[in-house]
Ligand binder design. Structure first.
Ligand code: GLU
Length: 486
C-alpha cells in the first residue's frame, strides 16, 4: 500500500495546512517549540495556514494551565496561528464515530484483552493475535482494536526529511483505538483530527515515526488515503554528550529561557538552526524585531538534516548576545526592566527619578557586555545600594601592597576634579603616571571600592553617575577596611 505522495515540493500550493499538536502534559519543551517553528516557517513560506491542536485526550495527565503555557510560548516566539485552536478533547463524538466507521467496515473488532499494566490489578487475559477472529460482540469493559491487514503488504511513505520509509504489516500488532473505558487512543484521535483539519503536511519529531504506519493504515481504512498528504519527521535534539535532551538532565523548558533573559528572536534564530541550515551554508541572522522579514522564504523543509541536532548552549548564548546588541537602547531598556524590578535591590531602584536616569545612561555600556538580560542587574546593582557587595576574590586581587597609598592619593584629588567622565579619565590617568603606577593596576582598587567587583561598566562613567560625594564615601570606607586588614 502506498501511504502518501511523492516527496516533491513542486506540488506545494497555497493550500498548505500544517499544525502544531502539543500534548499539555508538561511545560513547552524546546523540541516542541522547534516543531512549532518549523511548521510555522513552512506555512509562511508557502502562504499556507499554521494551525494548533491541543492533544488533551489524556485526562489524567493533561493540565489546563499547561495549555496556557503553550499559547504563551508561541506568542512569545511570535508564531501566530491562523484559526481557533482545536481541542482534541472536544472531538470525542467525532472520534467515536470514526471507531464506528472502522467497526462497520470490518477494520476493527471488539477485544476483551486487558493491557499488561492493568492485569495485575484487575485480572483478565492477555492479547492474543487470534482475537481478531473471535467475533466478540460489544460489551462494557471491552476495547476496540484495529485489524492490521496481515496480507503480506507494507505501508510506506516518502518522508520529506528522511526519504523512503517502509514497514511490513506483519510487524505491526493489532492496536487499540478505543480503550475499555470508552476513550479514544492517541492513534485514532491524531489520525482522525488531521483529516478533519485538512492537514496537508505533517511535520513532527522523529519519535513519532514508529506510529506513522498505524496513522497511515487508519487513514486508509477511514477512506482518507490520499496522494497529497506528506510527512516530515524532524531529527532528535541531543545535548553536548550526544544524549537525547531530557528534562531531568537538561534545561529544556522554553519559558525558562525567557525567564533567564533570552530574547524570543534569539531563540527562534537558534531553534531554526537545530537541524536546518540554508543550503548555501550562509549564516542565518534573523531581524530581532521582525520575524516575518524575509526569513521564512529561506526555509525549506527538505533542507532539514536527518541526523541528530546538537543543542549547544554556548552558541545560543552567543546568538542571544548578538541579538541584544542589535536592539536599540530603548528596546534593550524596556526588555531589561522586568529583570530590574525583580532584582534584590528593586525596593530601592526607581524610588528616586535619578535612578532611571542613571540606569538609562549606563545601559549602552551594559548592552555591549551582557549575553542575557538577567545579567543586567548584576552589572548595575552598585548604583542602587548603599554599599556595594564586595566580591572577595576581586578585593584580594585588587588590593596589592601599593593600593592603600593609591587610594589615599585618589581620595585627596577627588574633591578638586572636574566631575565629567572624560575629564575624570584624564585626571585619573595623570595621577597614575605621577605616582609611577601601572594604569590597569591603579584602577583596580578604585573599581572594587566603588562597585564591589573587578568587572563591570566603564569606571569613569560609573564615577560620574555615582557622584562625587558617594565616590568619596565609598573610597574612604574601602581605605579604612584596608587599614583594618579587611
Ligand atoms: N501530541 C503529540 C506530542 O506532543 C504530537 C503529535 C503529532 O505531532 O502528530 O508528542
Amino acid at each position: 500500500m502506498g501511504g502518501c505522495g511523492e516527496g516533491s515540493l513542486g506540488r506545494v500550493t497555497d493550500s498548505v495546512r500544517v499544525r502544531f499538536a502539543p500534548s499539555p502534559t508538561g511545560f513547552l519543551h524546546l523540541g516542541s517549540a522547534r516543531a512549532a517553528l518549523f511548521n510555522w516557517l513552512f506555512a509562511r513560506r508557502h502562504g499556507g495556514q499554521f494551525l494548533l491542536r491541543i492533544e488533551d485526550t489524556d485526562r489524567d495527565r493533561s493540565r489546563p494551565e499547561l495549555i496556557d503555557v503553550i499559547f504563551e510560548g508561541l506568542e512569545w516566539l511570535g508564531l501566530d496561528w491562523d484559526e481557533p485552536p482545536v481541542h482534541q478533547s472536544q472531538r470525542d463524538d467525532a472520534h467515536q464515530a470514526a471507531v464506528d466507521v472502522l467497526l462497520a467496515g470490518g477494520h476493527a473488532y471488539w477485544s476483551d484483552a486487558v493491557p499488561e499494566g492493568e492485569r495485575d490489578r484487575v485480572g483478565g487475559r492477555a492479547y492474543d493475535p487470534a482475537d481478531r477472529d473471535r467475533g466478540l460482540p460489544p460489551a462494557r469493559g471491552r476495547a476496540v482494536r484495529f485489524k492490521v491487514p496481515h496480507d503480506g503488504g507494507v505501508t510506506s511513505w516518502n518522508d520529506l526529511i528522511r526519504g523512503e520509509i517502509t514497514v511490513e504489516h506483519e510487524h505491526i500488532e493489532d492496536f487499540v483505538i478505543r480503550r475499555a473505558d470508552g476513550s479514544p487512543t492517541f492513534f485514532l484521535a491524531n489520525a482522525s483530527d488531521d483529516a478533519h483539519m485538512g492537514i496537508t503536511h505533517v511535520i513532527r519529531g522523529e519519535d513519532l515515526i514508529n506510529i506513522t504506519p498505524k496513522y497511515l493504515l487508519l487513514r486508509a481504512a477511514m477512506g482518507l488515503e490520499d496522494a497529497t498528504l506528506q510527512l516530515a519527521h524532524m531529527p532528535l535534539i541531543v545535548n553536548e554528550q550526544r544524549k537525547k535532551l531530557s528534562k531531568r538532565r537538561d534545561d529544556v523548558s522554553l519559558m525558562d529561557y525567557r525567564d533567564r533573559g533570552y530574547l524570543a528572536s534569539a531563540m527562534v534564530n537558534y531553534l531554526c538552526l537545530l537541524g536546518w541550515g540554508p543550503p548555501d551554508g550562509e549564516e542565518v541572522r534573523i531581524d530581532p524585531l521582525n520575524l516575518n522579514d524575509g526569513f521564512p522564504t529561506m526555509f525549506d523543509i527538505t533542507d532539514v538534516s536527518s541526523s541528530p541536532a546538537a543543542f549547544d548552549t554556548k552558541k545560543l548564548a552567543h546568538i542571544n548576545g548578538e541579538h541584544l546588541r542589535a536592539l536599540s537602547v530603548e528596546a534593550f531598556a524596556e526588555l531589561a526592566m522586568p529583570f530590574m524590578v525583580t532584582a534584590p535591590f528593586a525596593d530601592r531602584f526607581g524610588s528616586d527619578p535619578a535612578d532611571r536616569t542613571t540606569f538609562e545612561r549606563i545601559l549602552p555600556e551594559v548592552q555591549t557586555r551582557v549575553t542575557t538580560l538577567d545579567e543586567v542587574p548584576g552589572y548595575v546593582d552598585f548604583f542602587f545600594v548603599d554599599s556595594p557587595e564586595i566580591d572577595e576574590t576581586s578585593w584580594n586581587k585588587a588590593m596589592v601592597p601599593d593600593a592603600a597609598g593609591w587610594l589615599d592619593a585618589v581620595i585627596a584629588e577627588v574633591p578638586g576634579w572636574d566631575w565629567d567622565a572624560t575629564v575624570l579619565h584624564e585626571s585619573f590617568m595623570g595621577l597614575a603616571e605621577e605616582l609611577g603606577a601601572n594604569r590597569r593596576k591603579f584602577q583596580a582598587p578604585v573599581r572594587v571600592a566603588l562597585t564591589g567587583r573587578s568587572v563591570g561598566p566603564p569606571l569613569f562613567e560609573s564615577m560620574e553617575l555615582l557622584g562625587r560625594d558617594e565616590v568619596l564615601r565609598r573610597l574612604t570606607v574601602a581605605r579604612s577596611q584596608l587599614a583594618g586588614g579587611g
